[in-house]
Each structure stands twice: as C-alpha cells, then as structure tokens.
Write a protein that binds this ligand. Structure first.
Ligand code: BTN
Length: 269
C-alpha cells in the first residue's frame, strides 16, 4: 500500500519521554482536536496550572493568529501553548514573543540546517517564507503579570499546498522545504529545551540579550520593507528593533517612524 497521504500521528509518550527540561513540558495536556491550544492553556492557567504546563494538539479547529486572524492547523503540524508565570511587568512579559521566535529559529537551524530567519514581530521564516508563528497572550492585574500563554505553531509534516492557495506565495512547511517528513516529537523536545533556556536567560540577563540574538536571524533589517497596520501603510528601510519591541523605520522622506503593531513584507528590488 502506498504511504502517500498517510497522517503521521503524534506519539504522546515520545513527546514526554525525550524531554530534558527542568519545568517546561513536565506536565503535558494532549488533545487530538482542540479548538485552540491557547484557549485551553488560558483556561488551565486561570485555574492555577503550574508554570511549564504545555497543551499540545494534533489539529486545531479554531486556531488563532495575531490580530484575530485564523491560523490553519492541519494534522502533521506542531501546535502547542506553554504557560509561563514570569515575575515581569506586563509590558516586559509581552516581549517573550521574541524569546519564542528565537527558540524556534535556533531549533530549525540546529536540527535541519535550513536557511532560517526571523521577521518582526513574531514570524519565523524558512527560505523567506513563513513556517512558524507565535501568539503570546497574557493575564495581568495592575503591574503584575499573572501568566503568559505562549502559543507556537510550526508547519511541519504537511505540504505547503495543504494551506489555502492565497498563502502559497508567503508560507511554507518543513516537509515542503526538506522534501521529507520530520520527527515532530524530536522537534518538540528540542524546541522546549531551547525555549526554556532562552526564557531563563531573558529573566536572568534581561530581554536585550535575547533581542540581540534574535537580531542575528533578522535578515529583514537594513532592507526595504512595507509595514501595514489596520489603517495605514509605510514603506522604508527597517533600521532596528528597539528594546521596547517596536520597529524603527526610516521612511522614504528620511524621517524616522517607530511602529508598535503591524506586519512587515520585504520588498525585493
Ligand atoms: C501568527 O503568526 O499570527 C501567530 C500564529 C500562532 C499559532 C499558534 S498554533 C498554537 C497556538 N494556538 C493558537 O490558536 N494559536 C497558536
């Protein structure tokens, strides 16, 4: 019988057994078809779940991206959310998005030797196409962060063509780039190990140390980009990402603009 089209199911035992972390993923909540792992993780966090609890699902029926976008989550992908309880101000806790994107970038380069880059604010690209997104959601009271849910989606073991046609130009998957299936449990284990170590680094040495490393993957910096938000669009050179997480853009008339929310597309000459 042909192997084509066979769905590779996640092995919950392998997700847990291969882990060498101190706390991240020590408690895994596994589902075959969640609505959104972020929603489940938030419910658990609201009920007091420990830091490090991770919700994994083989598919999501209502996967969410930034700015309330739909996130397609077919079987074969790696869809999970981690509950963190950092002692950080809410404005600093939101920067953990960069820690997550850096962990993914390091993992994909380390395991598969792919051409990996990061794009502001939360994308990880392979060969210039989006392969992973991060959605950080938090709960805070006043100046205290009660928890952060870091949702990470990696297009792993499905062909990019399984995504809607309008995404084909901008998005890809590990399977499409590598021409083979990968071991998703190993990807998950390594990613959690890297994420835990970068998270601890950011608490100990500060966000700047994470941001500097994130920038080593940020090939969009110093290139001509278009940045769009809900109402506006700017074209200019992406100069830097600042310690508050904003993007500095040099507009075509030479003025500087700091952008806090938006999407970047790289303009090729
Ligand atoms: C984005 O690029 O807009 C962020 C995408 C985040 C997707 C992940 S998949 C796991 C978690 N659950 C969700 O519903 N979203 C995140």
């Amino acid at each position: 019988m042909s192997n084509l089209g066979v769905i590779l199911r996640l092995n919950i035992k392998k997700l847990q057994d291969g882990l060498r972390t101190q706390f991240l993923g020590r408690n895994i909540v596994f589902s075959h078809a969640a609505t959104s792992t972020n929603d489940i993780a938030r419910e658990l966090a609201n009920k007091g779940a420990d830091e490090g609890t991770v919700v994994v699902s083989e598919t999501q029926t209502s996967g969410r991206g930034r700015l309330s976008r739909t996130w397609m989550s077919p079987f074969g992908g790696l869809w999970f959310s981690a509950i963190l309880r950092p002692r950080l101000k809410p404005s600093d806790a939101s920067k953990l998005t960069f820690a997550a994107a850096l962990a993914v970038a390091k993992t994909l380069r380390g395991l598969y030797y792919l051409e990996v880059s990061t794009k502001w604010p939360n994308d990880v690209l392979v060969s210039g196409k989006k392969t992973c997104g991060v959605l950080a959601e938090m709960s805070a009271s006043g100046e205290r962060t009660s928890y952060v849910v870091l949702g990470i989606g990696v297009n792993a073991n499905f062909e990019a063509k399984a995504l809607p046609e309008e995404l084909w130009e901008k998005a890809t998957s590990l399977k499409t780039e590598l021409g083979r299936n990968i071991n998703v449990e190993r990807l998950f284990n390594t990613l959690l190990e890297n994420l835990e170590s970068i998270y601890l680094q950011s608490l100990k040495r500060g966000f700047l140390s994470v941001l500097e490393e994130w920038k080593t993957f940020a090939t969009f910096l110093r290139t001509q980009v278009k940045v769009t938000d809900e109402n506006e669009e700017w074209i200019g050179v992406a100069l830097d990402v600042n310690v508050d997480g904003s993007l500095s853009l040099e507009l075509q008339d030479g003025t500087l603009k700091r952008i806090f929310v938006g999407d970047v597309s790289v303009l090729t000459e």
